[in-house]
Design a protein around this ligand. Sequence first.
Ligand code: UN1
Length: 508
Amino acid sequence: MQQILQQLNIQQINKGVSTGGEWLDSTGGTIESYSPVDGQLIASVQQADRQAYDAVVAKAQEAFVAWRKIPAPKRGEIVRQVGEALRQYKQPLGMLVSYEMGKSLQEGYGEVQEMIDICDFAVGLSRQLYGLTMHSERPLHRMYEQWHPLGVVGIISAFNFPVAVWSWNSMLAWVCGDVCIWKPSEKTPLCGIACQNIIAEVFKKNGVPEGVSCIVQGGREVGEWLSADTRIPLVSATGSTRMGKAVGAAVAARMGRSILELGGNNAIIISQHADIDMSLIGAVFGAVGTAGQRCTTTRRLIIHESVYDTFKAKLVAAYQQLRIGNPLDTANHVGPLIDKDAVNNYFSAIEQCSRQGGTFALEGGVLKGQGYESGCYVKPCIAEVTNELAIVQHETFAPILYLIKYKTIEEAVALQNGVPQGLSSAIMTLNLREAEYFLSAAGSDCGIANVNIGTSGAEIGGAFGGEKETGGGRESGSDAWKAYMRRQTNTLNFGTDLPLAQGITFDL
Ligand code: UN1
Protein backbone atom coordinates (compact mmCIF):
# COMPACT_ATOMS: atom_id res chain seq x y z
CA MET A 1 0.00 0.00 0.00
CA GLN A 2 2.94 2.31 0.70
CA GLN A 3 3.81 2.26 -2.97
CA ILE A 4 0.20 3.04 -3.95
CA LEU A 5 0.16 6.04 -1.60
CA GLN A 6 3.40 7.24 -3.12
CA GLN A 7 2.03 6.93 -6.65
CA LEU A 8 -0.95 9.03 -5.61
CA ASN A 9 1.26 11.56 -3.86
CA ILE A 10 -0.26 11.00 -0.41
CA GLN A 11 1.96 11.80 2.59
CA GLN A 12 1.68 10.64 6.20
CA ILE A 13 0.23 14.05 7.10
CA ASN A 14 -1.57 15.91 4.33
CA LYS A 15 -2.90 19.39 4.06
CA GLY A 16 -6.61 19.20 3.32
CA VAL A 17 -7.45 22.50 1.64
CA SER A 18 -6.50 23.39 -1.90
CA THR A 19 -7.50 25.63 -4.77
CA GLY A 20 -5.63 23.50 -7.24
CA GLY A 21 -2.36 25.38 -6.80
CA GLU A 22 -0.65 25.16 -3.43
CA TRP A 23 -2.20 23.27 -0.53
CA LEU A 24 -3.16 25.82 2.13
CA ASP A 25 -2.34 25.78 5.84
CA SER A 26 -5.30 25.42 8.16
CA THR A 27 -5.86 24.74 11.82
CA GLY A 28 -9.18 22.92 11.72
CA GLY A 29 -7.89 19.81 13.47
CA THR A 30 -6.90 16.50 11.94
CA ILE A 31 -8.83 13.61 10.43
CA GLU A 32 -7.09 10.28 10.82
CA SER A 33 -8.02 7.80 8.16
CA TYR A 34 -8.06 4.21 9.41
CA SER A 35 -8.62 1.41 6.94
CA PRO A 36 -11.63 -0.79 7.75
CA VAL A 37 -9.71 -3.57 5.97
CA ASP A 38 -7.05 -4.06 8.66
CA GLY A 39 -7.71 -1.29 11.17
CA GLN A 40 -4.37 0.40 10.36
CA LEU A 41 -3.89 4.16 10.28
CA ILE A 42 -3.30 4.99 6.60
CA ALA A 43 -2.54 8.72 6.89
CA SER A 44 -3.99 11.93 8.25
CA VAL A 45 -5.46 15.05 6.73
CA GLN A 46 -5.85 18.60 8.07
CA GLN A 47 -9.38 19.93 8.19
CA ALA A 48 -10.34 23.32 6.84
CA ASP A 49 -10.70 26.22 9.23
CA ARG A 50 -12.95 29.16 8.38
CA GLN A 51 -10.09 31.31 7.12
CA ALA A 52 -8.82 28.68 4.69
CA TYR A 53 -12.40 27.98 3.60
CA ASP A 54 -13.01 31.66 2.84
CA ALA A 55 -9.76 31.89 0.91
CA VAL A 56 -10.88 28.95 -1.23
CA VAL A 57 -14.30 30.44 -1.98
CA ALA A 58 -12.73 33.77 -2.93
CA LYS A 59 -10.28 32.02 -5.28
CA ALA A 60 -13.09 29.96 -6.80
CA GLN A 61 -15.15 33.08 -7.49
CA GLU A 62 -12.17 34.69 -9.20
CA ALA A 63 -11.51 31.54 -11.25
CA PHE A 64 -15.13 31.43 -12.42
CA VAL A 65 -14.75 34.80 -14.17
CA ALA A 66 -11.96 33.34 -16.31
CA TRP A 67 -13.29 29.78 -16.70
CA ARG A 68 -16.73 30.83 -18.00
CA LYS A 69 -15.06 32.65 -20.91
CA ILE A 70 -13.37 29.49 -22.16
CA PRO A 71 -15.54 27.86 -24.88
CA ALA A 72 -17.36 24.78 -23.61
CA PRO A 73 -15.70 22.38 -26.11
CA LYS A 74 -12.29 23.63 -24.91
CA ARG A 75 -13.33 22.92 -21.33
CA GLY A 76 -14.44 19.52 -22.61
CA GLU A 77 -10.95 18.94 -24.02
CA ILE A 78 -9.52 19.40 -20.52
CA VAL A 79 -12.06 16.96 -19.09
CA ARG A 80 -11.01 14.53 -21.83
CA GLN A 81 -7.46 14.74 -20.50
CA VAL A 82 -8.77 14.16 -16.97
CA GLY A 83 -10.36 10.94 -18.30
CA GLU A 84 -6.99 9.94 -19.78
CA ALA A 85 -5.24 10.61 -16.46
CA LEU A 86 -7.83 8.50 -14.65
CA ARG A 87 -7.19 5.66 -17.07
CA GLN A 88 -3.51 5.88 -16.11
CA TYR A 89 -4.28 5.98 -12.38
CA LYS A 90 -7.08 3.39 -12.45
CA GLN A 91 -5.05 0.75 -10.66
CA PRO A 92 -3.65 2.75 -7.72
CA LEU A 93 -6.79 4.85 -7.28
CA GLY A 94 -9.04 1.76 -7.40
CA MET A 95 -6.81 0.12 -4.78
CA LEU A 96 -6.94 3.16 -2.52
CA VAL A 97 -10.75 3.25 -2.80
CA SER A 98 -10.85 -0.40 -1.83
CA TYR A 99 -8.42 0.01 1.06
CA GLU A 100 -9.78 3.24 2.52
CA MET A 101 -13.48 2.49 2.01
CA GLY A 102 -13.49 -1.33 2.18
CA LYS A 103 -15.32 -2.23 -1.04
CA SER A 104 -14.02 -5.14 -3.12
CA LEU A 105 -11.14 -4.41 -5.47
CA GLN A 106 -13.42 -5.20 -8.43
CA GLU A 107 -15.80 -2.53 -7.21
CA GLY A 108 -12.92 -0.13 -6.49
CA TYR A 109 -11.80 -0.42 -10.12
CA GLY A 110 -15.46 -0.21 -11.17
CA GLU A 111 -15.76 3.07 -9.36
CA VAL A 112 -12.77 4.56 -11.20
CA GLN A 113 -14.27 3.23 -14.44
CA GLU A 114 -17.45 5.12 -13.57
CA MET A 115 -15.32 8.28 -13.34
CA ILE A 116 -13.76 7.60 -16.73
CA ASP A 117 -17.21 7.02 -18.21
CA ILE A 118 -18.57 10.32 -16.90
CA CYS A 119 -15.50 12.12 -18.33
CA ASP A 120 -16.26 10.66 -21.76
CA PHE A 121 -19.91 11.63 -21.37
CA ALA A 122 -18.99 15.18 -20.33
CA VAL A 123 -16.64 15.60 -23.31
CA GLY A 124 -19.53 14.88 -25.70
CA LEU A 125 -21.83 17.04 -23.65
CA SER A 126 -19.46 19.99 -23.98
CA ARG A 127 -20.65 20.31 -27.59
CA GLN A 128 -24.30 19.65 -26.78
CA LEU A 129 -25.38 22.20 -24.18
CA TYR A 130 -28.42 22.85 -26.32
CA GLY A 131 -31.13 25.43 -25.84
CA LEU A 132 -34.40 25.57 -27.78
CA THR A 133 -35.51 28.17 -30.29
CA MET A 134 -39.12 29.32 -30.33
CA HIS A 135 -41.26 31.15 -32.83
CA SER A 136 -42.09 34.64 -31.64
CA GLU A 137 -45.67 35.88 -31.99
CA ARG A 138 -44.27 39.24 -33.09
CA PRO A 139 -42.93 39.93 -36.60
CA LEU A 140 -39.18 40.28 -37.13
CA HIS A 141 -38.44 38.89 -33.68
CA ARG A 142 -36.30 35.95 -32.73
CA MET A 143 -36.76 34.01 -29.52
CA TYR A 144 -34.50 31.39 -28.07
CA GLU A 145 -32.98 30.17 -24.84
CA GLN A 146 -29.39 29.83 -23.72
CA TRP A 147 -27.77 27.95 -20.89
CA HIS A 148 -25.14 29.85 -18.93
CA PRO A 149 -22.92 28.61 -16.11
CA LEU A 150 -24.06 29.16 -12.54
CA GLY A 151 -20.79 29.88 -10.71
CA VAL A 152 -19.32 28.08 -7.73
CA VAL A 153 -20.74 24.59 -7.14
CA GLY A 154 -20.34 22.98 -3.70
CA ILE A 155 -20.11 19.19 -3.76
CA ILE A 156 -20.67 17.15 -0.60
CA SER A 157 -20.03 13.46 -1.18
CA ALA A 158 -20.40 10.28 0.88
CA PHE A 159 -17.90 7.63 1.93
CA ASN A 160 -19.52 4.79 -0.02
CA PHE A 161 -18.65 6.18 -3.46
CA PRO A 162 -15.73 8.32 -2.37
CA VAL A 163 -14.59 9.30 -5.87
CA ALA A 164 -17.27 8.50 -8.50
CA VAL A 165 -20.06 10.68 -7.15
CA TRP A 166 -17.76 13.69 -6.97
CA SER A 167 -16.79 13.10 -10.60
CA TRP A 168 -20.44 12.88 -11.74
CA ASN A 169 -20.86 16.38 -10.38
CA SER A 170 -17.54 17.99 -11.16
CA MET A 171 -17.09 16.77 -14.74
CA LEU A 172 -20.54 18.08 -15.70
CA ALA A 173 -20.06 21.29 -13.74
CA TRP A 174 -16.72 21.95 -15.44
CA VAL A 175 -17.95 21.54 -19.01
CA CYS A 176 -20.94 23.71 -18.05
CA GLY A 177 -18.44 26.45 -17.07
CA ASP A 178 -18.81 26.21 -13.29
CA VAL A 179 -16.02 25.86 -10.75
CA CYS A 180 -16.16 23.30 -7.93
CA ILE A 181 -15.47 23.13 -4.22
CA TRP A 182 -15.50 19.56 -2.95
CA LYS A 183 -16.03 18.38 0.59
CA PRO A 184 -15.28 14.66 0.54
CA SER A 185 -16.60 12.44 3.32
CA GLU A 186 -14.51 12.71 6.49
CA LYS A 187 -14.44 8.89 6.43
CA THR A 188 -12.55 8.78 3.11
CA PRO A 189 -10.41 11.94 3.01
CA LEU A 190 -7.45 10.32 1.24
CA CYS A 191 -9.51 9.45 -1.81
CA GLY A 192 -10.19 13.18 -2.00
CA ILE A 193 -6.49 14.07 -1.79
CA ALA A 194 -5.65 11.56 -4.53
CA CYS A 195 -8.27 12.95 -6.93
CA GLN A 196 -7.25 16.54 -6.24
CA ASN A 197 -3.63 15.65 -7.07
CA ILE A 198 -4.59 13.94 -10.33
CA ILE A 199 -6.75 16.89 -11.43
CA ALA A 200 -4.14 19.47 -10.40
CA GLU A 201 -1.57 17.82 -12.68
CA VAL A 202 -3.87 17.96 -15.72
CA PHE A 203 -5.09 21.47 -14.97
CA LYS A 204 -1.59 22.80 -14.47
CA LYS A 205 -0.45 21.38 -17.80
CA ASN A 206 -3.34 23.20 -19.50
CA GLY A 207 -2.97 26.49 -17.65
CA VAL A 208 -6.41 26.18 -16.05
CA PRO A 209 -6.82 28.96 -13.49
CA GLU A 210 -6.31 28.08 -9.86
CA GLY A 211 -9.72 27.81 -8.16
CA VAL A 212 -11.55 25.73 -10.78
CA SER A 213 -11.00 22.55 -8.75
CA CYS A 214 -11.00 23.13 -4.99
CA ILE A 215 -11.14 20.83 -2.01
CA VAL A 216 -12.06 21.57 1.61
CA GLN A 217 -11.69 18.61 3.93
CA GLY A 218 -13.73 18.44 7.09
CA GLY A 219 -16.85 17.28 8.82
CA ARG A 220 -20.35 18.60 9.34
CA GLU A 221 -19.24 22.18 10.03
CA VAL A 222 -17.67 22.54 6.59
CA GLY A 223 -20.90 21.18 5.07
CA GLU A 224 -22.80 23.85 6.99
CA TRP A 225 -20.50 26.59 5.68
CA LEU A 226 -21.09 25.47 2.10
CA SER A 227 -24.87 25.23 2.60
CA ALA A 228 -25.21 28.69 4.14
CA ASP A 229 -22.81 30.46 1.75
CA THR A 230 -24.58 32.89 -0.61
CA ARG A 231 -21.48 32.87 -2.84
CA ILE A 232 -22.33 29.27 -3.77
CA PRO A 233 -25.42 29.16 -6.02
CA LEU A 234 -25.61 25.35 -6.14
CA VAL A 235 -24.86 22.68 -3.55
CA SER A 236 -24.98 19.05 -4.64
CA ALA A 237 -25.16 16.71 -1.66
CA THR A 238 -25.05 12.93 -1.60
CA GLY A 239 -25.53 11.09 1.67
CA SER A 240 -28.10 10.35 4.36
CA THR A 241 -31.61 11.75 4.37
CA ARG A 242 -30.85 13.41 7.70
CA MET A 243 -27.90 15.29 6.22
CA GLY A 244 -29.85 16.14 3.06
CA LYS A 245 -32.74 17.65 4.98
CA ALA A 246 -30.33 19.99 6.78
CA VAL A 247 -28.49 20.95 3.57
CA GLY A 248 -31.73 21.36 1.57
CA ALA A 249 -33.29 23.62 4.22
CA ALA A 250 -30.18 25.79 4.62
CA VAL A 251 -29.69 26.22 0.87
CA ALA A 252 -33.40 26.93 0.26
CA ALA A 253 -33.47 29.51 3.07
CA ARG A 254 -31.03 31.64 1.06
CA MET A 255 -32.77 30.85 -2.28
CA GLY A 256 -29.86 28.75 -3.47
CA ARG A 257 -30.29 25.56 -5.44
CA SER A 258 -29.54 22.08 -4.28
CA ILE A 259 -29.27 18.66 -5.88
CA LEU A 260 -30.02 16.04 -3.24
CA GLU A 261 -29.24 12.35 -3.72
CA LEU A 262 -30.13 10.72 -0.42
CA GLY A 263 -31.21 7.46 1.12
CA GLY A 264 -32.84 4.54 -0.65
CA ASN A 265 -34.88 1.57 0.52
CA ASN A 266 -34.74 -0.39 -2.67
CA ALA A 267 -36.75 -3.51 -3.39
CA ILE A 268 -36.73 -6.22 -6.03
CA ILE A 269 -40.07 -7.86 -6.77
CA ILE A 270 -39.50 -11.56 -7.52
CA SER A 271 -42.52 -12.66 -9.52
CA GLN A 272 -43.72 -16.23 -10.04
CA HIS A 273 -42.82 -15.51 -13.69
CA ALA A 274 -39.18 -14.70 -12.88
CA ASP A 275 -36.08 -16.44 -14.20
CA ILE A 276 -35.15 -17.71 -10.75
CA ASP A 277 -31.41 -18.26 -11.34
CA MET A 278 -30.98 -14.79 -12.83
CA SER A 279 -32.99 -13.29 -9.98
CA LEU A 280 -30.78 -14.98 -7.44
CA ILE A 281 -27.59 -13.39 -8.78
CA GLY A 282 -29.29 -9.99 -9.03
CA ALA A 283 -30.62 -10.21 -5.49
CA VAL A 284 -27.38 -11.40 -3.88
CA PHE A 285 -25.15 -8.86 -5.64
CA GLY A 286 -27.71 -6.13 -4.92
CA ALA A 287 -27.84 -6.99 -1.22
CA VAL A 288 -24.23 -7.77 -0.35
CA GLY A 289 -22.27 -5.75 -2.94
CA THR A 290 -20.27 -2.98 -1.21
CA ALA A 291 -21.32 -4.80 2.01
CA GLY A 292 -24.80 -3.31 1.68
CA GLN A 293 -23.50 0.26 1.71
CA ARG A 294 -24.70 1.56 -1.65
CA CYS A 295 -27.62 3.92 -1.73
CA THR A 296 -28.90 1.53 -4.42
CA THR A 297 -28.38 -1.62 -2.30
CA THR A 298 -31.23 -4.12 -2.42
CA ARG A 299 -32.75 -3.95 1.05
CA ARG A 300 -36.06 -5.73 0.44
CA LEU A 301 -37.13 -8.71 -1.65
CA ILE A 302 -40.86 -8.81 -2.32
CA ILE A 303 -41.45 -12.41 -3.36
CA HIS A 304 -44.56 -14.09 -4.79
CA GLU A 305 -46.00 -16.59 -2.33
CA SER A 306 -45.80 -19.47 -4.84
CA VAL A 307 -42.00 -19.17 -5.20
CA TYR A 308 -41.24 -17.77 -1.75
CA ASP A 309 -40.00 -20.96 -0.07
CA THR A 310 -37.94 -22.13 -3.05
CA PHE A 311 -36.35 -18.71 -3.48
CA LYS A 312 -35.61 -18.34 0.22
CA ALA A 313 -33.86 -21.74 0.28
CA LYS A 314 -31.71 -20.83 -2.74
CA LEU A 315 -30.88 -17.47 -1.23
CA VAL A 316 -29.78 -18.95 2.09
CA ALA A 317 -27.64 -21.52 0.23
CA ALA A 318 -26.05 -18.75 -1.87
CA TYR A 319 -25.33 -16.61 1.21
CA GLN A 320 -23.61 -19.57 2.86
CA GLN A 321 -21.14 -19.65 -0.03
CA LEU A 322 -20.16 -16.00 0.32
CA ARG A 323 -16.54 -15.40 1.22
CA ILE A 324 -16.14 -12.52 3.63
CA GLY A 325 -12.71 -11.01 4.08
CA ASN A 326 -10.03 -8.64 2.85
CA PRO A 327 -11.58 -6.85 -0.15
CA LEU A 328 -8.19 -6.55 -1.86
CA ASP A 329 -8.17 -10.34 -2.16
CA THR A 330 -10.27 -10.94 -5.26
CA ALA A 331 -11.41 -14.34 -3.95
CA ASN A 332 -13.62 -12.55 -1.42
CA HIS A 333 -17.15 -11.35 -2.20
CA VAL A 334 -17.80 -9.16 0.84
CA GLY A 335 -15.49 -6.71 2.59
CA PRO A 336 -15.87 -4.81 5.85
CA LEU A 337 -18.30 -2.09 6.88
CA ILE A 338 -16.78 1.39 6.93
CA ASP A 339 -16.21 1.61 10.70
CA LYS A 340 -17.29 0.42 14.14
CA ASP A 341 -20.22 2.86 14.23
CA ALA A 342 -21.57 1.12 11.14
CA VAL A 343 -21.17 -2.23 12.90
CA ASN A 344 -23.14 -0.88 15.87
CA ASN A 345 -25.90 0.34 13.54
CA TYR A 346 -26.01 -3.11 11.95
CA PHE A 347 -26.47 -4.79 15.35
CA SER A 348 -29.00 -2.23 16.44
CA ALA A 349 -31.08 -2.87 13.28
CA ILE A 350 -30.94 -6.64 13.85
CA GLU A 351 -32.05 -6.17 17.42
CA GLN A 352 -34.90 -3.83 16.44
CA CYS A 353 -35.98 -6.24 13.71
CA SER A 354 -36.30 -9.11 16.21
CA ARG A 355 -38.06 -6.92 18.74
CA GLN A 356 -40.54 -5.72 16.11
CA GLY A 357 -41.46 -9.29 15.13
CA GLY A 358 -39.01 -10.15 12.33
CA THR A 359 -37.43 -13.63 12.27
CA PHE A 360 -34.05 -14.52 10.81
CA ALA A 361 -33.69 -17.01 7.94
CA LEU A 362 -29.94 -16.48 8.29
CA GLU A 363 -28.41 -14.96 11.40
CA GLY A 364 -25.93 -12.10 11.36
CA GLY A 365 -22.89 -11.49 13.52
CA VAL A 366 -19.44 -9.96 13.52
CA LEU A 367 -16.44 -12.01 12.41
CA LYS A 368 -13.52 -12.42 14.76
CA GLY A 369 -10.01 -13.82 14.52
CA GLN A 370 -7.22 -13.60 12.01
CA GLY A 371 -7.90 -11.24 9.14
CA TYR A 372 -10.84 -9.66 10.95
CA GLU A 373 -8.85 -7.54 13.45
CA SER A 374 -10.49 -4.28 12.33
CA GLY A 375 -13.76 -5.51 13.88
CA CYS A 376 -15.69 -4.25 10.83
CA TYR A 377 -16.48 -7.54 9.06
CA VAL A 378 -20.09 -8.64 9.50
CA LYS A 379 -22.11 -11.54 8.13
CA PRO A 380 -24.76 -10.62 5.56
CA CYS A 381 -28.07 -11.77 7.03
CA ILE A 382 -31.63 -12.40 5.91
CA ALA A 383 -34.78 -11.58 7.88
CA GLU A 384 -38.42 -12.42 7.22
CA VAL A 385 -40.62 -9.42 7.95
CA THR A 386 -43.68 -7.45 7.00
CA ASN A 387 -43.20 -4.16 5.21
CA GLU A 388 -44.69 -1.91 7.88
CA LEU A 389 -42.10 -2.70 10.59
CA ALA A 390 -40.38 0.54 11.60
CA ILE A 391 -36.94 -0.94 10.93
CA VAL A 392 -37.95 -2.06 7.43
CA GLN A 393 -39.09 1.49 6.66
CA HIS A 394 -35.64 2.74 7.60
CA GLU A 395 -32.42 2.63 5.54
CA THR A 396 -29.71 0.75 7.44
CA PHE A 397 -26.37 0.94 5.63
CA ALA A 398 -25.45 -2.73 6.16
CA PRO A 399 -26.03 -6.14 4.51
CA ILE A 400 -29.42 -6.93 6.06
CA LEU A 401 -31.94 -8.23 3.54
CA TYR A 402 -35.66 -8.26 4.35
CA LEU A 403 -37.98 -10.83 2.75
CA ILE A 404 -41.66 -9.97 2.26
CA LYS A 405 -44.37 -12.18 0.71
CA TYR A 406 -47.03 -11.04 -1.79
CA LYS A 407 -50.06 -12.44 -3.63
CA THR A 408 -50.90 -10.02 -6.49
CA ILE A 409 -48.73 -7.73 -8.60
CA GLU A 410 -50.75 -4.72 -7.45
CA GLU A 411 -49.98 -5.63 -3.85
CA ALA A 412 -46.28 -6.11 -4.70
CA VAL A 413 -46.05 -2.64 -6.26
CA ALA A 414 -47.87 -1.10 -3.28
CA LEU A 415 -45.34 -2.75 -0.95
CA GLN A 416 -42.41 -1.62 -3.09
CA ASN A 417 -43.75 1.96 -2.97
CA GLY A 418 -44.77 1.73 0.68
CA VAL A 419 -41.61 3.28 2.19
CA PRO A 420 -40.53 6.91 2.66
CA GLN A 421 -37.62 6.60 0.20
CA GLY A 422 -37.80 6.42 -3.62
CA LEU A 423 -34.42 5.76 -5.22
CA SER A 424 -34.22 2.42 -7.03
CA SER A 425 -36.53 -0.51 -7.71
CA ALA A 426 -36.69 -3.63 -9.84
CA ILE A 427 -38.91 -6.47 -10.93
CA MET A 428 -37.78 -9.90 -12.03
CA THR A 429 -40.36 -11.24 -14.46
CA LEU A 430 -40.64 -12.68 -17.95
CA ASN A 431 -44.28 -11.58 -18.10
CA LEU A 432 -44.71 -8.54 -20.35
CA ARG A 433 -47.92 -7.31 -18.70
CA GLU A 434 -46.34 -7.33 -15.27
CA ALA A 435 -43.18 -5.61 -16.48
CA GLU A 436 -45.09 -2.83 -18.23
CA TYR A 437 -47.39 -2.35 -15.24
CA PHE A 438 -44.35 -1.97 -12.99
CA LEU A 439 -42.89 0.70 -15.32
CA SER A 440 -46.21 2.52 -15.84
CA ALA A 441 -47.41 5.61 -13.96
CA ALA A 442 -49.31 3.23 -11.65
CA GLY A 443 -46.12 1.26 -11.02
CA SER A 444 -42.86 2.03 -9.23
CA ASP A 445 -42.62 5.52 -7.74
CA CYS A 446 -38.79 5.48 -7.77
CA GLY A 447 -36.26 7.47 -9.80
CA ILE A 448 -34.86 4.19 -11.12
CA ALA A 449 -37.03 1.23 -12.14
CA ASN A 450 -35.44 -1.84 -13.73
CA VAL A 451 -36.70 -5.07 -15.26
CA ASN A 452 -34.62 -8.23 -14.93
CA ILE A 453 -31.72 -6.27 -13.43
CA GLY A 454 -31.03 -5.62 -9.73
CA THR A 455 -31.43 -2.26 -8.03
CA SER A 456 -27.75 -1.24 -8.00
CA GLY A 457 -25.13 -0.71 -10.67
CA ALA A 458 -26.73 2.08 -12.70
CA GLU A 459 -24.85 3.28 -15.78
CA ILE A 460 -23.70 6.90 -15.92
CA GLY A 461 -25.72 7.65 -19.09
CA GLY A 462 -29.02 7.83 -17.21
CA ALA A 463 -30.07 10.52 -14.76
CA PHE A 464 -29.35 9.21 -11.26
CA GLY A 465 -31.50 10.03 -8.23
CA GLY A 466 -34.90 9.47 -6.75
CA GLU A 467 -38.11 10.75 -5.26
CA LYS A 468 -39.61 11.33 -1.80
CA GLU A 469 -36.98 11.24 0.96
CA THR A 470 -34.31 10.46 -1.64
CA GLY A 471 -34.47 14.19 -2.30
CA GLY A 472 -35.60 14.58 -5.92
CA GLY A 473 -32.22 15.56 -7.38
CA ARG A 474 -30.66 14.05 -10.49
CA GLU A 475 -26.95 13.67 -11.11
CA SER A 476 -24.86 12.07 -13.87
CA GLY A 477 -26.35 11.42 -17.33
CA SER A 478 -29.31 12.41 -19.52
CA ASP A 479 -30.11 16.12 -19.06
CA ALA A 480 -28.94 16.28 -15.42
CA TRP A 481 -26.48 18.95 -16.67
CA LYS A 482 -29.27 21.52 -16.75
CA ALA A 483 -29.19 21.74 -12.95
CA TYR A 484 -25.62 23.07 -13.19
CA MET A 485 -26.60 25.96 -15.46
CA ARG A 486 -29.01 28.86 -15.53
CA ARG A 487 -31.51 29.21 -18.34
CA GLN A 488 -31.93 32.52 -20.08
CA THR A 489 -34.79 33.30 -22.46
CA ASN A 490 -33.78 35.80 -25.14
CA THR A 491 -36.06 37.77 -27.43
CA LEU A 492 -34.43 39.87 -30.11
CA ASN A 493 -36.22 42.46 -32.24
CA PHE A 494 -34.60 43.03 -35.64
CA GLY A 495 -37.46 45.13 -37.03
CA THR A 496 -38.08 48.89 -37.08
CA ASP A 497 -41.25 48.81 -34.89
CA LEU A 498 -41.75 47.86 -31.29
CA PRO A 499 -44.84 45.62 -31.28
CA LEU A 500 -45.90 44.46 -27.81
CA ALA A 501 -46.79 40.91 -26.91
CA GLN A 502 -50.40 39.93 -26.13
CA GLY A 503 -51.58 42.50 -28.72
CA ILE A 504 -51.24 45.44 -26.34
CA THR A 505 -51.02 48.87 -27.98
CA PHE A 506 -49.12 51.70 -26.38
CA ASP A 507 -48.73 54.82 -28.54
CA LEU A 508 -47.10 58.04 -27.55
C1 UN1 B 1 -24.40 5.56 -4.40
O1 UN1 B 1 -24.53 4.53 -3.75
O2 UN1 B 1 -24.42 6.69 -3.83
O3 UN1 B 1 -25.92 2.56 -9.22
C2 UN1 B 1 -24.14 5.59 -5.85
C3 UN1 B 1 -24.97 2.26 -8.49
C4 UN1 B 1 -23.68 3.03 -8.65
C5 UN1 B 1 -23.75 4.33 -7.93
C6 UN1 B 1 -24.22 4.26 -6.52
N1 UN1 B 1 -23.44 3.25 -10.06
O4 UN1 B 1 -25.03 1.36 -7.66
